[in-house]
Write a protein that binds this ligand. Structure first.
Ligand code: F6P
Length: 320
């Protein structure tokens, strides 16, 4: 093996650059060359590929976004797209790859492995929705961004005796909402993994207000519904002077936290070790603070487990 290709795919996540840097620098330390593939699988098919030099990576460990750009490219599910990608790998002499992205990206990674190009997947998404890893790269930073926003919203909610419904990302998973909600002292956290009903939410807000709590914050996972719709439905149960806020793509940007940088660095270097030992078709994760691998096939058959006990904890410590 002489050349490793690296691509980022799906939604960008803070810490992806730290992962790219770790893969490339570890590859160089092992006497290999690193090639960056721009715009994920779309760039692979188009041949948007370049050699990465060590100096290209100076300072990127602390930068948000992805220096390799990213794209969603469902066309790679078709064999014609895959074969075009393989042609490019041959043209650039790339022997193996590291794909950094969400579990959608792992399907492409597995196809490349099946075509004879060992590929390792690293979990890069703010959603924390990938099986067999306690955390994904970008989740910690996104949660911290949300906590900062929620703390600010709390200030204005408190000044005006208002209820705020704050929608956070996470796609179908409630992890971002749960971690951000507990960290910011939310009154309610509504996630797809847990049953809830609007009347109970309204009753809780009324109860809290009756007990002198002047402001209320509901953290809402986007996988449940949008904040505007939630506020509309909530207002059928009383006048809470409620406001809807959607934090949106701000959650995807910004400088990665130290935790994301360290995790991405560990995972990136480990991916190169795996490729050097001839492995492919594996997804790297971190479980109980240990690096682990699972076959992508097993991963597709599994579901990420959200720490739903955080919702129970929040109920216990937020009720007045
Ligand atoms: O997967 C990351 C994510 O930010 C999700 O939380 C969100 O649902 C989605 O991507 C938004 O996608 P897009 O950037 O394509 O609008």
């Amino acid at each position: 093996m002489k050349r490793i290709g690296i691509l980022t795919s799906g939604g960008d996540a803070p810490g992806m650059n730290a992962a790219v840097r770790a893969v490339a620098r570890k590859a160089m330390a092992e006497g290999l060359e690193a090639y960056g593939i721009n715009y994920g699988f779309a760039g692979l098919v188009a041949g948007d590929i370049h050699k990465i030099e060590s100096v290209d990576l100076d300072g990127v460990v602390g930068e948000g976004g992805t220096l390799l750009y990213s794209a969603r490219y469902p066309e790679f599910a078709h064999v014609e797209g895959q074969l075009k990608g393989i042609e490019q790998l041959k043209k650039f002499g790339i022997d193996a790859l590291v794909v950094i992205g969400g579990d959608g990206s792992y399907h492409g990674a597995l196809r490349l492995t099946e075509h004879g190009y060992n590929t390792i997947g690293l979990p890069g998404t703010i959603d924390n929705d990938i099986p067999f890893t306690d955390f994904t790269i970008g989740f910690d930073t996104a949660v911290n961004t949300d906590v900062e926003a929620l703390d600010r919203i709390h200030d204005t909610a408190h000044s005006h005796d208002r209820t705020f419904v704050v929608e956070v990302m996470g796609r179908g998973a409630g992890d971002v909402a749960l971690w951000a909600g507990v960290s910011a002292g939310a009154d309610e956290i509504i996630v797809p993994e847990r049953d809830w009903d609007m009347e109970s939410v309204a009753n809780k807000i009324k109860h809290n207000r009756a007990n002198g709590h002047r402001s209320n914050i509901v953290v809402l996972a986007e996988g449940v519904m949008g904040a505007d719709e939630f506020v509309k439905k909530l207002s059928q149960y009383g006048d809470f002077d409620a406001r809807a806020n959607t934090i949106g793509h701000m959650q995807r940007g910004g400088r990665p936290s130290a935790k994301d940088r360290v995790m991405a660095s560990k995972m990136g270097a480990y991916a190169v070790e795996l490729l050097l030992s001839g492995k492919g078709g594996l997804a790297v994760g971190i479980q109980n603070n240990q690096l682990v691998t699972h076959s992508m096939l097993d991963l597709f058959d599994s579901k990420h487990v959200t720490e739903a006990s955080l919702a129970k904890l929040n109920d216990e410590i937020s009720f007045s």
